[in-house]
Write a protein that binds this ligand. Structure first.
Ligand SMILES: [Zn+2]
Ligand SMILES: [Zn+2]
Length: 163
């Protein structure tokens, strides 16, 4: 967690506005999904969201297909973004009201670690300027093997060796 950023409208209001432009309503089902998605800042895929929702008492009538559809609508509305692909799963996160950050993605276990680096942001700003490019944001994915997966497997301590 990197803290939070002040935002003027709640995600729900933003989503309601977006749906209105598509002549759609913020149904109770969509409302439950957006509540769950924005209840914390976590990386998740659609199936994990289906599971999280199934633990809520009020989510009985939210179908899997509604979850999938709503997640892509949230993405289209700019409230959710796809951060990575892992074993054919699309990993989402919301960065609405959350500081800009990039990800270290482990190819072995699929874990995502967040980092923010001013120098990278500065560099990208310069590159944009040099190319007369109006910068709106950036996304950086760094692939490799995480700390946990780099650890050598724990060797059993053999008492006999010490004799
Ligand atoms: Zn790993
Ligand atoms: Zn993140």
């Amino acid at each position: 967690m990197l803290g939070s950023v002040e935002v003027s409208a709640t995600p729900k209001e933003k989503f309601r506005e977006f749906l209105a432009t598509k002549k759609m309503r913020l149904t109770p089902e969509r409302e439950i999904i957006i509540e769950e998605v924005f209840s914390d800042h976590e990386h998740f895929d659609a199936e994990e969201m289906v599971n999280r929702l199934s633990r809520r008492k009020d989510s009985k009538r939210v179908s899997r297909s509604t979850v999938y559809r709503t997640l892509s609508q949230l993405e289209e509305a700019g409230l959710l973004r796809r951060v990575a692909r892992n074993n054919d799963r699309e990993i989402y996160e919301h960065d609405y009201g959350y500081p800009q950050h990039d990800h270290l993605i482990c190819k072995k276990c699929g874990s995502l670690e967040e980092f923010h680096n001013e120098q990278i942001s500065e560099l990208i700003k310069q590159i944009a300027e040099q190319n007369t490019f109006l910068l709106e944001g950036h996304r950086l994915e760094v692939y490799g093997i995480c700390r946990q997966c780099l650890k050598p497997p724990v060797r059993r301590h053999r008492r006999l060796d010490m004799v």
